[in-house]
Design a protein around this ligand. Structure first.
Ligand SMILES: Nc1ncnc2c1ncn2[C@@H]1O[C@H](COP(=O)(O)OP(=O)(O)O)[C@@H](O)[C@H]1O
Ligand SMILES: [Mg+2]
Length: 279
């Protein structure tokens, strides 16, 4: 608990400047939400953008392991300094509690932790803050939406029917909270066999159908690749470890599609608001 109290300092006057805040959600766990959030953040940073990654999955904070970092740097002032890995600034509850220790959160604690992740972390200037939400449609989502003006959310789903039903709930959740749905991402879309044939392990085309039915952009499909899993376990995301693999290319394409969606949704005459990709 002492670590948590440590961040209980009053927020300082210097403001973080975060242009876009995008939450990555799914109806349930295990669909690759954290994997997508991590690789999306890295892919955006690879395109020359200033990116932060907030692990708001306080029940299963996987971002530190997936990004290969174990601790935060020493604080220099009243705010927490985020960890930095693979060109991305990172904060996670995983830095503040011992690994493997179960966390039992009461609503107000949860709300406080998420508020602190927004206000008491020295994010500096970011083009985008990517937020890995816990699965489901509960308190954390609400806290976040109340604390941070979210630009929008993206939904990660598998192509299969039951996952789509969950994804639809995630989509409805955003809409109830008045958060724009920026698009649908389909993960584990197919497995490419050694002979080049594609095997649809979890069904086919569901993400596209969901996006079409909901009237939101389909941002892309990510194949199944053991290297994706390996990258997560080893702390070197596939977008870094194997940038030319089909899965990494898909993730990079999704990052571009997201930026295009954001730029299209937020027209700004001065051009100030546009994110420019400089890779
Ligand atoms: N496209 C993929 N190919 C292979 N493994 C994947 C892929 N996406 C995710 N995984 C693996 O599936 C597991 C669940 O992913 P994770 O990102 O932790 O899901 P969630 O955050 O939704 O619970 C992890 O072991 C991850 O490495
Ligand atoms: Mg996760």
């Amino acid at each position: 608990m002492s670590e948590l109290n440590m961040i209980n300092e009053p927020a300082q006057e210097e403001n973080n400047r975060i242009r876009f805040a995008v939450a990555v959600a799914s109806g349930k766990g295990g669909v690759g939400k954290s994997t997508v959030a991590v690789n999306l953040a890295v892919a955006l940073a690879q395109k020359g953008l200033k990116i932060g990654l907030m692990d708001a999955d306080i029940y299963g904070p996987n971002v530190p392991t997936m990004m290969g970092v174990t601790s935060l740097p020493e604080t220099q002032g009243p705010k927490l300094l985020p960890a930095v890995a693979h060109g991305v600034k990172i904060i996670s509850i995983g830095f503040l509690v011992p690994p493997g220790q179960p966390l039992i959160w009461r609503g107000p604690m949860l709300h406080g932790a998420i508020r602190q992740f927004v206000q008491d972390v020295d994010w500096g200037e970011l083009d985008m803050l990517v937020i890995d939400l816990p699965p489901g449609t509960g308190d954390a989502q609400l806290s976040l939406a109340q604390t941070l003006p979210l630009t929008g959310g993206v939904i990660v789903t598998l192509p299969q029917k039951v996952s789509l039903e969950d994804a639809l709930r995630g989509l409805e959740m955003f809409r109830t909270m008045d958060v724009d749905v920026l698009g649908v991402i389909e993960n584990m879309s197919f497995l490419e066999m050694p002979d080049g044939q594609k095997m649809d392990i979890f069904g086919e085309g569901g993400g596209q159908d969901l996006a079409r039915d909901a009237g939101v952009p389909f941002l892309g499909a990510i194949p199944i690749d053991p290297a994706v899993r390996q990258g997560g376990d080893e702390g070197v995301p596939i977008t870094i470890a194997k940038p030319d693999s089909p899965a990494a290319r898909a993730l990079s394409g999704i990052a571009t599609a997201l930026v295009e969606t954001l730029n299209a949704a937020e027209p700004d005459e001065s051009g100030d608001f546009e994110i420019e990709i400089t890779d």
